[in-house]
Design a binder for this molecule. Structure first.
Ligand SMILES: Nc1ncnc2c1ncn2[C@@H]1O[C@H](COP(=O)(O)OP(=O)(O)OP(=O)(O)O)[C@@H](O)[C@H]1O
Ligand SMILES: [Mg+2]
Length: 474
């Protein structure tokens, strides 16, 4: 019998089916809660999806049926689930690993949420490797080693998906606090009015809905590290409160008046320009200086393309750990990936590796197999004569761009990640032929002289590249 590893708690039949097939597509083995059997308790459960469900008790019943696996099972909770707010705000939110997901289900968001659940489960025994040997990453590594042993606050800056959270975890893992909790909170994702209670906790009855006393993230992180993600999105009033805690190392729960001391190392991160925000009055300068005792700037992936192969190997490793297959990229695909600007940085690469692993589990991914936006310019054999001419006429030097060298890079230098030699040389050849034809006003015999080749040889090449019609006979 096929073993199951992903529990789907969803009474809406069509939604249950969608979720189950998406999970199956991602390599999990889902089972619908009402079809679960006693023997299932022994399965290697990975996580549960929680959607439409009567109440918390019903959910608890299902989780309890999983025996010891049910406790601490990561939960993927649909944002409109009747139990979503209870799960997030509940007393055991700290022990539960919960990710909210919006409906209708989107593949990118689903795989992202699953990765987050997975990565939160892994760090204890299975540290995510922080990969990168490029010059910029060697500098980042050196900074991590330097700052980790101290309690100094660190401000990690960098574009979206560049690895800010992984850096924060790596600093924690390399610090004397490594055996204490690493607690992350996304200051941008939590509504301003809830953030205070999330950070500092609340006393019973502090506000409507505060049915019991609850610890905040500062208390949960005691002795360890608190990661304040998206700090640039924190409201000004909350910034004032945070500043006070950082200065005095003392806080009170919402609705309480007993000051509590805390011993927590702060690492904050943002993709925003905080100094610009300060000038515009959106971020407090005093808080900025408190947080950025040690600023650490993550380089964008496009600035360190030589890390691509190692990152791909790392993501393959992570796929294998999840029971999926790994994927291999042919040199032509690597060349295309080196030309991509990677606006979503390492996360975008990780998503692409996973997507290609699912689409082409056995094969080698060639440039033509990549999703269109990664293919960049078309390969020469795929370009018909007319299209090639159009391309060449469109801009003064499009062919050079097309074949992967920017104006300021040297076509004789091997790009990071290698290149497709045939395409590359053809690109250079076409560029030179075109220049010679321009200088010779399209007269082939004159152009051939400039290129020191026989006229017949040039004619042959023009035919090969579909350029014959652009030139005069002669
Ligand atoms: N140097 C690296 N080595 C291995 N994996 C990495 C590296 N950098 C980032 N990753 C992976 O890429 C993904 C995105 O990283 P992370 O969440 O740390 O980025 P981020 O900068 O916090 O993103 P955002 O700005 O969107 O919050 C994660 O899966 C992370 O494990
Ligand atoms: Mg992040």
């Amino acid at each position: 019998m096929k073993s199951s590893n992903f529990l789907v708690v969803e009474s809406d039949a069509s939604r249950a089916e969608t979720v189950a097939s998406a999970l199956a597509f991602l390599g999990y083995r889902p089972v619908l809660a009402h079809r679960m059997q006693a023997a299932d308790a022994a399965e290697g459960w990975r996580a549960a999806y929680v959607g439409t469900v009567e109440d918390e008790a019903e959910l608890e019943g299902y989780l309890a049926a999983l025996g010891r696996h049910g406790r601490n099972l990561p939960l993927l909770v649909s944002a409109d689930s009747p139990v979503a707010s209870a799960l997030i705000a509940g007393d055991d939110a700290q022990s539960l690993n919960v990710e909210l997901i919006d409906m209708p289900l989107r593949y990118e968001r689903l795989s992202e949420a699953l990765r987050t659940l997975q990565s939160r489960m892994q760090p204890v025994q299975n540290h995510l490797r922080f990969v990168g040997q490029s010059g910029p990453m060697q500098r980042v590594n050196a900074l991590i080693r330097q700052v980790a042993p101290f309690d100094s606050s660190v401000l990690v800056l960098g574009e979206s998906g560049s690895g800010k959270e992984l850096v924060a975890r790596t600093i924690h893992d390399c610090s004397p606090r490594r055996d204490k909790p690493f607690v992350a909170i996304n200051c941008g994702a939590i509504p301003a009015e809830l953030l205070e209670s999330e950070l500092f906790g609340h006393e019973k009855g502090a506000f409507t809905g505060a049915i019991s006393t609850r610890k905040g993230r500062f208390e949960m992180a005691e002795g360890g590290t608190l990661f304040l993600d998206e700090i640039g999105d924190m409201s000004l009033p909350m910034q004032v409160k945070l500043l006070r805690v950082l200065q005095e190392r003392v806080f009170e729960r919402v609705g309480g008046n007993r000051p509590q001391r805390c011993d927590v190392r702060i690492i904050a991160a943002t993709h925003r320009d905080l100094e610009g925000a300060i000038e515009r009055g959106g971020f407090r300068e005093d808080l900025f200086y408190r947080l950025s005792v040690f600023p650490l700037e993550m380089p964008a992936l496009r600035q360190r393309l030589e890390d691509l192969p190692a990152l791909i190997a790392e993501f393959n490793q992570r796929l294998l750990q999840r029971g999926l297959t790994s994927v291999r990229f042919a040199p032509s695909a690597m060349t295309a990936l080196c030309r991509h600007p990677w606006p979503g940085n390492v996360r975008e690469l990780s998503n692409l590796v996973e997507r290609m692993a699912i689409l082409m589990p056995q094969g080698e991914v060639r440039a033509a197999d990549l999703p269109e936006k990664y293919r960049g310019a078309l390969r020469i054999e795929e370009v018909s004569g007319a299209a090639l001419i159009a391309m060449m006429e469109a801009e003064p030097e499009p062919v050079v761009e097309t074949f992967g060298f920017s104006n300021d890079s040297d076509p004789a230098v091997l790009p990071l990640g290698g290149l497709d030699l045939k395409d590359h040389l053809a690109g250079i050849e076409i560029g030179l032929i075109r220049q010679a034809l321009n200088s010779a006003n399209g007269v082939v015999a004159h152009a051939a002289k400039l290129l020191r080749v026989q006229r017949t040889t040039l004619v042959e090449k023009l035919r090969k590249y579909g350029l014959s019609e652009t030139v005069q006979a002669g």
